[in-house]
Design a protein around this ligand. Structure first.
Ligand SMILES: [Mn+2]
Length: 493
């Protein structure tokens, strides 16, 4: 068993609010309120604050914290980021997956500080870095950092719906909170800055490999990574001019000339065709299927974009190509070009690079955990400031949701004691029918998901069912502990 899986049950046993309450919020009271919000929300992540918090006074305190100009999402996330760094140190080696997503908020009234999104509505973008363990298993460790930003509103105003447009002069009635909203960054900057800050924080403490999709294929990012010797696997988007053995060629052509080093099966996830990334690129629709892919590799020197020269100056990278020699009819064929610092001498090493890139599904799931699991997009707060703050507090909760779900997928046959205490297992056995005496993780989690309303014939459990079942377990466990306390107290009388 890897170091990560040895630690999982301990991480799960720590209440998630504990790390939040240790954040740098500048005042003990704020820490207590932040911890309280997370404690209550983690019991029911889709509930509104009004429903999650018990009384008027704590609700009042929560709103005051979220709207406090002196408290930003970076502060609210700081405890979670520090705890994630510690978990990364415990496992020693991790992948850091970077990606961007947008949060879109419905409704007809403008919320201060929000900007245009790629679909109708108002919202903001989040660029995040998720750490997962690197040795064999992909166990989510948490968020190592994020950047939140909005796009500026253009001269035509903001379209909130098919019949609702807010003109720029109307926005001034709700002036954006200028100090809090970073300007729309140049595409490259956020990829670069987040990687840089993680490299600084990890230096000498743990190893990491940065994983990025095609949006991360930016010369400045590759250059900076090479300069501070960061390791990476980045999917190439651009067919750059490149040198190979002194000859000037192009990246994709060079990769396509290489013979296959082997073949393997991979699972492709479903993708809806309409989805447009915030960068404006669209992807064709894809059905979930198993694909037989071939892979090959070579080395290349990427030519600096502004140099026209034919002398090999640029960035030395290893290049891996993954492609589908015989795609099924009417389905787009897989073809990835991966730029990497990782070794590619043997077929096994090349496959390892492919596997590292494939760990990217975890960040997609993490974003789903925030959107579906924590219902961030239906929250009613009225400004970017409050919405980004509640999102900062939902990050550690979403990590917990993801951890449970990822374990169900990656460790189905591991003993359930990996994630549950003996007392919890006793309760699961009470709640579920026909659970074997030493259940596997998938059996125990499956039993909980069924308590949460999951039907076996619908495939693997979703966010809601798994979490509802897990929450029921926590509730019953609380009751159990109360009863034990009462019993021991009455004995002492
Ligand atoms: Mn992306």
């Amino acid at each position: 068993m890897s170091k990560a899986s040895e630690n999982v049950s301990e991480w799960l046993r720590q209440p998630v609010e504990q790390e939040v309450a240790q954040g740098e919020l500048g005042d003990a009271r704020r820490n207590r309120v932040a911890g309280q919000i997370v404690a209550r929300l983690s019991q029911q992540p889709t509930a509104s604050l009004a429903n999650a918090l018990e009384d008027e006074a704590s609700l009042e305190a929560a709103y005051r914290l979220l709207n406090n100009e002196a408290v930003g999402w970076q502060d609210l996330m700081s405890g979670h980021v520090r705890a994630t760094l510690e978990r990364a140190c415990q496992v020693g080696q991790c992948l850091v997956i970077h990606d961007t997503t947008e949060f879109v908020f419905a409704g007809n009234s403008y919320r201060a500080g929000l900007g245009p999104t790629t679909t109708l509505g108002q919202g903001f973008f989040v660029h995040a870095a998720l750490a997962v363990s690197a040795q064999g298993e992909r166990i989510p460790l948490g968020t190592l950092g994020a950047e939140f930003y909005t796009r500026p509103v253009g001269p035509k105003g903001l379209r909130l719906g098919p019949h609702r447009r807010v003109k720029p002069h109307q926005l001034s009635q709700h002036p954006p909170e200028a100090g809090n909203i970073p300007p729309w960054p140049k595409q490259s900057r956020r990829w670069l800055e987040l990687m840089q800050s993680i490299e600084q924080q990890r230096a000498g403490r743990f190893e990491c490999i940065h994983v990025m999709d095609r949006e991360g294929d930016i010369y400045e990012v590759l250059q900076a990574a090479t300069q501070f010797q960061a390791r990476f696997v980045i999917r190439a988007c651009q067919d750059r001019a490149a040198f190979h053995q002194g000859e000037l060629t192009h990246l994709f052509e060079l990769a396509r000339q290489q013979p296959a080093q082997g073949q393997r099966h991979i699972e492709l996830s479903e993708r809806s065709g309409t989805a447009r990334t915030y960068g404006g690129k669209s992807h064709p629709e894809r059905q979930a299927r198993q694909a037989t892919v071939a892979f090959s590799s070579t080395t290349a020197c990427l030519r600096k974009p502004d140099s026209k020269g034919r002398t090999p100056v640029g960035i030395e990278v290893n290049l891996v190509r993954v492609w589908e020699p015989r795609p099924p009819a009417a389905q787009p064929a897989v073809e990835w070009f991966l730029l990497t610092t990782e070794p590619i001498h043997t077929a096994l090493e090349v496959q390892r690079v492919v596997d590292i890139y494939r760990a990217r599904w975890l960040i997609e799931e993490f974003f789903k955990a925030l959107k579906t699991g924590c219902a961030v997009e239906v929250r009613q707060h009225e400004s970017f400031h409050a919405l980004s703050n509640i999102l900062g507090l939902c990050m550690p909760i979403a990590w917990r949701l993801l951890l449970l779900r990822a374990l169900e997928r990656t460790h189905p046959t591991a003993p359930a004691s990996l994630a549950f205490t003996p007392r919890q297992l006793l309760i699961v056995a009470h709640l579920a029918k026909n659970l074997p005496t030493a259940p596997t993780l998938a059996q125990a989690l499956g039993a909980l998901a069924r308590r949460g309303g999951h039907l076996k014939r619908n495939g693997p459990p979703g966010w809601q069912t798994l979490w509802r079942g897990y929450r029921e377990l926590l509730l019953v466990e609380n009751g159990w502990m109360l009863a034990e306390k009462r019993r021991s107290r009455s004995k002492n009388l």
